[in-house]
Design a binder for this molecule. Structure first.
Ligand code: GAR
Length: 210
């Protein structure tokens, strides 16, 4: 009998509702998914994302920016806490803070972020609102490998979502999030099972060929 492969270790960072985290927690219930969430961190105490982790018995931590003298100290505390879980992949899922170059260097090529717009359009924290204001007919969600920019990293996966004439920011964001969760679960599972190769801006699933 062959030994089943060890599931990839995911650390997920959240700042709010955590519905993307929930989708990952649910997917990880199936051993065939190939990953498990070993830790969840947040920059905000008391958010529903942390409660979702606790209900699944996943350890959590909170590092609030305001508790630290400088942003560098906060970032260092975040990356020490994340590193303590020895993650194979760090997933920013509704985490509303930028992490530093030092944070990214600690987990090279292994930090991904999900963003509620079709990159490179509408980076930042107002993806759905900016898409609505611009009048686009199609928007969506993007999973990317985090680099030093704001939502600029190499793209792992995208999903398109139509904009309805009567959408407001909330209705559009909810439609995006439904598609985003499915995209995230699919892509993270593929990264866990197949690996990820990044060459410049080109990303594909599977181990690097060289
Ligand atoms: C998601 O749509 C995510 O893409 C977005 O916040 C939402 C979190 O939802 N992230 C950003 O805008 C980051 N720039 P959730 O807490 O229910 O998963």
């Amino acid at each position: 009998m062959s030994t089943p492969p060890t599931p990839a270790r995911l650390v997920v960072l959240v700042s709010g509702a955590g519905t993307n985290l929930q989708a990952l927690l649910d997917a990880c219930e199936d051993p065939a998914y190939g990953a498990r969430v070993v830790g969840v961190g947040s920059d905000r105490p008391g958010v529903e994302g942390l409660a979702r982790a606790e209900r699944h018995g996943v350890p959590t931590f909170v590092k609030q920016l305001g508790q630290f003298d400088t942003r560098d100290h906060w970032d260092l505390a975040m990356r020490r806490a994340v590193a303590g879980f020895e993650p194979d992949l760090v997933v920013l899922a509704g985490f509303m803070k930028l992490v530093s170059e030092e944070f990214l260097a600690e987990f090279p090529g292994r930090v991904v972020n999900t963003h509620p717009a079709l990159s490179p359009s509408f980076p930042g924290t107002r993806g759905p609102a900016d898409a609505l204001e611009h009048g686009v007919k199609v928007t969506g969600a993007t999973l990317f490998v985090v680099d030093g920019g704001v939502d600029t990293g190499p793209i792992v996966a995208q999903v398109a979502v139509p904009v309805a004439d009567d959408d407001d920011v909330d209705s559009l964001h909810e439609r995006i999030k439904a598609a985003e969760r499915a995209m995230l679960v699919d892509a993270v599972g593929r990264i866990a099972r197949e690996g990820l190769s990044v060459e410049g801006r080109k990303v594909r699933f599977g181990a690097p060929t060289t």
